[in-house]
Write a protein that binds this ligand. Structure first.
Ligand code: KIV
Ligand code: NA
Length: 264
């Protein structure tokens, strides 16, 4: 298998072949995901919850991110490694650039930025510096306190129109992928139809060009998993079976299921 690049992701979108993405935070799980053919390994700041036991992603530092990205990079060969810019790392374009540099030097191939309107110039600056960016919009967990919890976004017409416009602005700013989290399926479909770049979903829509879940939600390690997740270990019987089952379900568009793992 050849290494996955941003070109591979674009080709898969064009060919209508869904992209399988999961999170990992260490070499052992990165190796498992890589062997199973997961295209994108996300070193998410969800490590604040999964690895560190915090209630939110806010305590995660750049140093934490760099440590976990380096571990994942040593454990995987072919997957594209996407790394989150941590809370306030995107407070301005210059800071985001320095933080992205540290993540790429540690082995990431793409950074993910939680985006509102303020982040459009941040994405522009990173792209101008040659850094591939995935723009994360909708439910952005770093804004958990402003949002009043991990709540579905874009439910009223005004908020939906704003997200639709933001997605277009981020793509114009040069984002090479979008990630939609926690928005109504109908809104996700509108964004997917107009996007020219791959759109990865979580709690979004089966029609996204790819899907992502937090690894622990897929292998039965989360006590109260979110409703948009599915435990693949139950059917898969082993860690490898679970990861392969997830990839197969994503590629067959059998996961997520409309109305079961999505919001109306
Ligand atoms: O940190 C993370 O794992 C994420 C995904 C939930 C998209 O950002
Ligand atoms: Na994240």
């Amino acid at each position: 298998m050849r290494p996955i690049t941003v070109n591979t992701l674009a080709q898969r979108k064009q060919a209508g072949e869904p992209i399988a993405c999961l999170t990992a935070y260490d070499a052992a799980f990165a190796g498992l995901l890589d062997r199973c053919g997961v295209e994108v390994i996300l070193v998410g700041d969800s490590l604040g919850m999964v690895v560190q036991g915090h209630a939110t992603t806010l305590p995660v530092t750049l140093e934490d991110m760099v440590y976990h990205v380096a571990n994942v990079a040593r454990g995987s060969e072919n997957a594209l490694i996407m790394a989150d810019i941590p809370f306030l790392g995107d407070v301005d374009p210059a800071t985001a650039l320095v933080q992205s540099g540290a993540l790429l030097r540690a082995g990431a191939h793409m950074v993910k930025v939680e985006c509102g309107a303020m982040e459009v110039p941040v994405v522009e600056r990173l792209v101008a510096a040659g850094i591939p960016v995935c723009a994360h919009l909708g439910l952005t967990p770093q804004a958990v306190h402003r949002l009043g919890g991990h709540r579905v976004q874009g439910r009223d017409p005004k908020a939906a129109a704003e997200l639709e416009s933001l997605a277009a602005q981020l793509e114009n700013a040069g984002a090479q992928a979008l990630l939609l989290e926690g928005i109504p399926e109908s809104l996700a479909d509108v964004i997917v139809r107009s996007a020219g770049v791959p759109v990865i979903g979580i709690g979004a829509s089966p029609r996204c060009d790819g899907q992502v879940l937090v690894l622990t939600d897929v292998i039965g390690l989360t006590p109260e998993p979110p409703r948009f997740a599915r435990d693949f270990l139950v059917e898969g019987g082993s860690l490898e079976g679970a990861v392969r089952g997830y990839c197969d379900a994503v590629r067959a568009r059998a996961f997520p299921e409309s109305g079961v793992h999505t919001f109306s």
